[in-house]
Design a binder for this molecule. Structure first.
Ligand code: SF4
Length: 318
């Protein structure tokens, strides 16, 4: 059996001990596709504050962006960072035996803030004991050259990753999901990051509206060709109170089946260069906000078992 090149194996090889990502989400971050800078409403599948009063209730209703003159939330963000890093690091050490960590800035667009804010937060995150690097989730239209240059400096002594939502390379699809940027924008940002030696993870979604399997595989192949170092594969699922939910209810959108997804996943992995590590092979949501497909609401282990069995037939171990 062949061990697939997972991100966990990549990190273990590099740092010699189990290394995990600490996922954090900080108040005040938003997305240019939500706050009206690029568009309003966000990607059609995204459950964000335009649709969810709960999210807005949980915040001070202050949001920062690239042009914010200052950041009244910085103290609060640093406190949240501290609480989240400390608690998750302890839990992961205990439950998983993790000894080193990357801090993963996940929620919304994590380079969409004034440069000084980013610098303060990233440096604070890197200051924790056993934190060997960062992973920063963002959009390709929200990374300035200044931030890329700065991250490239950090990358000389730390492990710095940028995660870009690629989703699809088809502009018609990107328009249909209200992505707010085209695929040239994604390609350019990835190549700018790679030119500076940064590590790039690309997110792909299978089952986007109007896409055939051929298109999904072509997106994967193209993304590998852009030089990504790691990949996350997601099925598109429908969450209540989103624009996609309206399309689903109107019968305009049909979600991908579990068999189609697994088949596409295997084909996408076969096209993948060995050096590209795999960070995620499915996604779901285990609560009543899920509308469809039902399999994306199954317990994570059930879906993972099916995928592992399908992988075993290929002679692969995940
Ligand atoms: S880019 Fe991310 S946060 Fe922004 S609208 Fe799309 S899915 Fe939501």
């Amino acid at each position: 059996m062949k061990q697939l090149n997972t991100f966990g194996r990549y990190l273990k090889k590099k740092f010699k001990v189990k290394t995990s990502k600490i996922t954090i989400g900080l108040s005040g971050f938003t997305c240019p596709n939500i706050d009206g800078t690029v568009a309003k409403g966000g990607c059609t599948f995204c459950l964000n504050d335009s649709f969810s009063p709960n999210l807005a209730k949980n915040t001070d209703k202050i949001f920062i962006n690239l042009k914010s003159a200052g950041n009244p939330l910085l103290e609060k963000q640093l406190k949240e960072l501290d609480e989240q890093v400390t608690a998750t690091r302890e839990q992961m050490s205990y439950e998983l035996g993790s000894r080193k960590f990357l801090v993963y800035f996940q929620s919304f667009t994590n380079t969409y803030a004034p440069f000084e804010t980013l610098k303060t937060l990233f440096e604070k995150a890197l200051d924790y004991e056993d934190v060997v690097g960062l992973s920063i989730g963002t959009r390709s239209d929200s990374v300035t050259d200044e931030v890329l240059d700065y991250l490239a400096q950090l990358n000389k002594t730390k492990e710095i990753w940028i995660e870009f939502g690629i989703q699809s390379i088809y502009d018609d699809t990107l328009k249909r999901i209200n992505r707010g940027h085209d695929s040239l924008n994604t390609k350019t940002a990835i190549q700018k990051a790679k030119a500076r030696g940064l590590n790039v993870c690309g997110h792909l979604i299978f089952g986007l509206p109007g896409e055939t399997q051929e298109m999904m595989l072509s997106s994967a192949k193209t993304a590998y060709g852009w030089g990504i170092d790691s990949v996350k594969y997601h099925p598109l699922y429908v969450v209540k109170n989103t624009l996609l939910a309206n399309e689903y209810k109107a019968g305009i959108f049909e979600p991908i089946t579990k068999d189609e997804f697994i088949d596409t996943l295997i084909k996408a992995i076969k096209l993948k260069p060995e050096s590209v590590s795999i960070q995620r092979i499915t996604a779901g949501i285990d609560d009543d906000t899920l509308l469809a497909p039902a399999w994306c609401g199954w317990h994570k282990n059930e879906v993972m078992d099916l995928i592992r069995k399908a992988f075993a037939k290929e002679g692969w171990v995940y």
